[in-house]
Design a protein around this ligand. Structure first.
Ligand code: HAM
Length: 424
């Protein structure tokens, strides 16, 4: 016998007892997205490696050390997408979706990053992303934040907080970067190895350092806010004013810089303290320069993505639980003829009542064992079809959750009676 094979580390199976919660979260997200006029787009999971290098940035953690890249049989370098923004922009440019039009788009699917797996951090994870193209004002930034706030409410999540910052324009950021490098350069001996390396490659990311000594040193460093241009500043103030008017609380966090290079102006993260170290459930911001950078005409853009595993984990811990989908009926059959007739009866019921969920007992077994399975299925009623019922062209409807008496109903009247019992 061979060794039993395991899934790839950091890549999860989603088991049947988890799928109800996922479907609940997916359903709520879809309905909120529709309430804001968002349209779905689906992109390939694999893109050219070049796309991610150019958009996310050569010297980011993702591109430097987390991508699943490989050469295909033609020798082209391809990558399993680590995020959705790059592919979405690529698709929009390729199909001319950005010509004088506003696009409000969303996507859902697996993303891949070779990070060290831990609770809430996986190598395959699912994101729902939203990208809006063609709108430059602060109103859309604010509306996306209202959308997410509405979603948390729908999902029953109370302890999530919004962190906001503005990165200013590319030029403002370049000036800040210069000053920061000069300031930190004079204090190199106080930096750890990682930060010293970043000083040469991606100094802004030093602000993200988890090292308390580096954080203490940064207390005196130049801050980005002082470099922000007037227009970006007023854009940011307007975003904040919209949120104030809508009653959505937020915290301005001048240290929030994000790990991808394409951002400018508004950036944000929704965080919770309930998931341990991986507490960011949703993150995004403005990336007005990316479309042009990837070869399109300049089009402003803003978006975000949320981590499904983290959201589902939070929802699973909700005190009131979530609705679980169980069958309405479990069909118990006794005898060869009833077994055959049973399958057909279930088909007829599904024809007449499209929302009906019926599990037909397959594989034989005693009444007792069939009823045990009926019970375990969570169905409120068992339908019983035995020789006697068949002869009489009837079916017994047996409540499984203590709701009333067993009844015998003619096959002709069955669908109508079930619709009443199940309120369908
Ligand atoms: P991101 O911050 O890299 O942004 O990821 C967004 C969210 O995906 C995170 O806040 C987190 O919830 C989830 N996530 C990221 N990595 C992992 C992981 N290894 N395991 C589990 N969950 C994870 C982006 O990807 C941008 N594309 C967001 C965006 C869209 N910005 C503008 N438009």
């Amino acid at each position: 016998m061979g060794e039993t094979l395991q899934a790839v580390r950091g890549m999860n199976d989603l088991l049947p007892d988890q799928s109800s919660c996922w479907q609940f979260v997916e359903g709520q997200i879809r309905s909120v997205l529709e309430a804001y006029g968002m349209q779905e787009i689906r992109m390939p999971i694999v893109e050219k490696t070049e796309l991610f290098k150019r958009s996310i940035g050569e010297v980011t953690d993702i591109v430097e050390k987390e991508m699943y890249s490989f050469e295909d049989r033609n020798g082209d370098s391809l990558t399993l997408r680590p995020e959705g923004t790059a592919g979405c922009v690529r698709a929009c440019i390729q199909h001319g979706l950005l010509r004088n039009q506003v696009q409000r788009l969303w996507y859902y699917g697996p993303m891949f990053r070779h990070e060290r797996p831990q609770k809430g951090r996986y190598r395959q994870f699912f994101q729902v992303g939203v990208e809006v193209f063609g709108l430059e004002g602060p109103d859309i930034d604010a509306e996306l934040l209202l959308l997410t706030a509405r979603l948390w409410k729908r999902l029953g999540l109370e302890r999530v907080t919004l962190q906001l910052n503005s990165l200013g324009t590319v030029a403002a950021r370049a000036r800040f970067r210069e000053q920061l490098v000069a300031w930190l350069g004079e204090r190199q001996d106080q930096l750890d190895g990682d930060s010293r390396r970043r000083l040469k490659t991606n100094p802004m990311r030093i602000l993200d350092s988890k090292n308390p000594d580096v954080q203490a040193l940064l207390e005196g460093a130049p801050i980005l806010e002082d470099f922000i241009d007037a227009e970006s500043r007023s854009h940011f103030q307007d975003v904040c004013a919209y949120l104030d008017a809508a009653g959505v609380p937020y915290e301005v966090n001048p240290r929030l810089v994000r790990g991808l290079d394409y951002y400018g102006r508004t950036v944000f993260e929704w965080v919770t303290s309930e998931l341990g170290a991986q507490g960011t459930i949703c993150a995004g911001g403005r990336y007005d320069a990316l479309v042009e950078y990837l070869g399109g005409s300049p089009v402003p853009a803003v978006g975000f993505a949320m981590g499904m595993e983290r959201l589902v984990e939070l929802v699973e811990h909700r005190s009131d639980g979530i609705p679980v989908t169980t069958p309405h009926l479990y069909l118990v059959v006794a005898g060869e003829t009833a077994r055959r007739e049973g399958l057909l009866l279930a088909e007829q019921l599904r024809d007449s009542t499209p929302d009906l969920r019926v599990v037909t007992h397959c594989g034989g077994g005693s009444f007792k064992s069939q009823f045990r399975k009926a019970d375990r299925s969570g169905a409120p009623y068992a339908l019983v079809l035995g020789e006697e019922e068949l002869q009489a062209r009837e079916v017994a409807v047996k409540p499984l959750r203590g709701q009333g008496e067993q009844e015998r109903i003619s096959i002709e009247a069955l669908a109508d009676r079930l619709r009443v019992l199940l309120a369908l």
